[in-house]
Design a protein around this ligand. Structure first.
Ligand code: HEM
Length: 419
């Protein structure tokens, strides 16, 4: 990736691909305007676990797939408190990530880390984990994050106003993860389009990635795709082998989708939280330790992905509710993160609260692989904004931005002015 190409990204196309109100996000309730937190509290007050699916339980009646289906025949339960979510995340005998019932998730369990379990999950995750540990933060920052942030700010700074959601937050994680795959700026938006869950455009991914995989097999470089190409996995029978192209494409699909589709929204949520709490914006400007705390607090206060699911392997009792084997268990991290049993004044955005185990990045063996990269992206990006744009504030002439969405939450816009 060449940093000077960064400003050439088509802003109109970014606007279309990174708009929660667009068709791309319809099935995940991108345009859902209701604040779900009062309903989360009400549900939790009557019990930690409820039969049903998070969306419909709080008034979102969208398309079937993301109401927790495609398993309409299975029983569904949703968890709203912190302690029960944690117990499900940690009990990997009773609750697994891949359903045994046939369906799309079952089919993806062979190649997609997110749906693998047990030993296979540990083995495959171990192949890429070393590239994502905090020690490797410098590798990500120096190779991709800092140059992208600088190039974007060079383009924005003279303008005096911007919708940071589009001009800044969307581009940084997309170009970082594409850069780490050796994908150029000119293909980045095609990748984003193809990698979104609804796009399901495997052909574009293969078209762009296959030549890069072949090239790195011939001559590895200092990037993530070379890590995947060189990785050797040991199977249960002790046999060692390199990853197949299908394995690499599965990894790539997940990383490109997860890497480009989450951090932009969380960065926007963090920015909006700071811009609407000027005392915290000033404190973060004066001391970047406060900015770090504000990023963690935004992940607790409004995690961009507030729900993930597990499947019960046996009959069990969860939060006092009988759960039959095969049930789908929806863990509402959003609700758990505002559990008053865990946090005082849970609805308040307060970066000074003591650090605690929020579930913004999940927990247990599937805890977000990219969390340190995401933190580095948000910290580098907002630090640079504070360094370079004096008197950064919400644009008083723009429509008031709102945080919207059901299963993917983020701002409608982050309109700012400076100077
Ligand atoms: C602020 C941004 C992000 C948030 C809020 C987030 C959130 C999450 C959550 C909650 C999970 C757990 C899913 C589960 O338990 O089933 C997860 C998993 C994952 N995330 Fe992230 N993520 C973010 C950024 C990233 C980035 C930047 C990458 C890649 C560069 C990434 C890659 C992954 C992968 C590969 C997994 C699956 C891990 C596994 O199954 O072992 N994420 N993420």
């Amino acid at each position: 990736m060449v940093a000077s190409d960064v400003p050439t990204l088509d802003p109109q196309r970014i606007r279309e691909l990174f708009d929660l109100r667009s068709d791309v996000y319809a099935a995940r309730g991108g345009a859902f305007e209701t604040d779900p937190y009062p309903a989360f509290h009400q549900l939790r007050e009557t019990g930690p676990v409820h039969p049903g699916i998070v969306g419909p339980l709080v008034g979102f009646h969208g398309e079937a797939f993301f109401q927790g289906l495609p398993y309409p025949e299975l029983p569904h339960f949703s968890v709203f408190d912190h302690a029960t979510c944690q117990s499900v995340l940690r009990d990997n005998d009773t609750f697994v990530s891949a359903p045994s019932a046939p369906g799309p998730e079952r089919a993806m369990a062979d190649t997609l880390l997110l749906y693998m379990d047990g030993v296979k999950h540990r083995r495959y995750r171990a192949l890429v984990q070393p590239s994502f540990v905090p020690k490797r933060g410098g590798w990500w920052s120096e190779r991709w994050i800092e140059s992208t942030v600088r190039a974007l700010l060079d383009a924005i700074e003279p303008l005096g106003r911007s919708d940071l959601n589009v001009d800044f937050c969307a581009a940084i994680p997309l170009l970082t993860i594409c850069g780490s795959f050796g994908i150029g700026v000119s293909d980045a938006l095609r990748i984003r389009e193809a990698a979104t869950a609804d796009g399901r455009d495997a052909h574009t991914l293969v078209d762009i990635l296959a030549p890069i995989i072949a090239e790195r097999r011939r001559e590895p470089a200092d990037d993530l795709i070379s890590v995947l190409v060189q990785a050797e996995v040991t199977e249960e029978d002790g046999e060692r082998h390199r990853l197949s192209d299908v394995d690499i494409l599965g990894f790539s699909h997940l990383l490109l989708a997860a890497g480009s589709g989450t951090t932009w929204k969380q960065m926007g949520i963090t920015l909006l939280a700071l811009l609407t709490h000027p005392q915290w914006l000033a404190a973060a400007r004066a001391d970047r330790a406060v900015l770090r705390a504000a990023i963690e607090e935004s992940l607790r206060w409004t995690p961009t992905d507030p729900m993930f699911s597990r499947y019960a392997t046996k009959d069990t009792t969860l939060g006092g509710v009988d759960v039959p084997a095969g049930s789908v268990i929806h863990l509402c991290f959003g609700a758990a993160n505002r559990d008053p049993a865990r946090w005082e004044r849970p609805d308040e955005f307060d970066p000074s609260r003591p650090p605690g185990a929020h579930l913004g990045f999940g927990g247990g063996p599937h805890i977000c692989l990219g969390m340190h990269v995401a933190r580095a992206e948000i910290l580098t990006a907002i630090s640079a904004l504070l360094d370079r744009l004096p008197n950064l504030r919400l644009d008083p002439d723009a429509e008031t931005p709102r945080i919207i969405g059901m299963y993917e939450r983020g701002p409608t816009a982050v309109p700012v002015v400076w100077g």
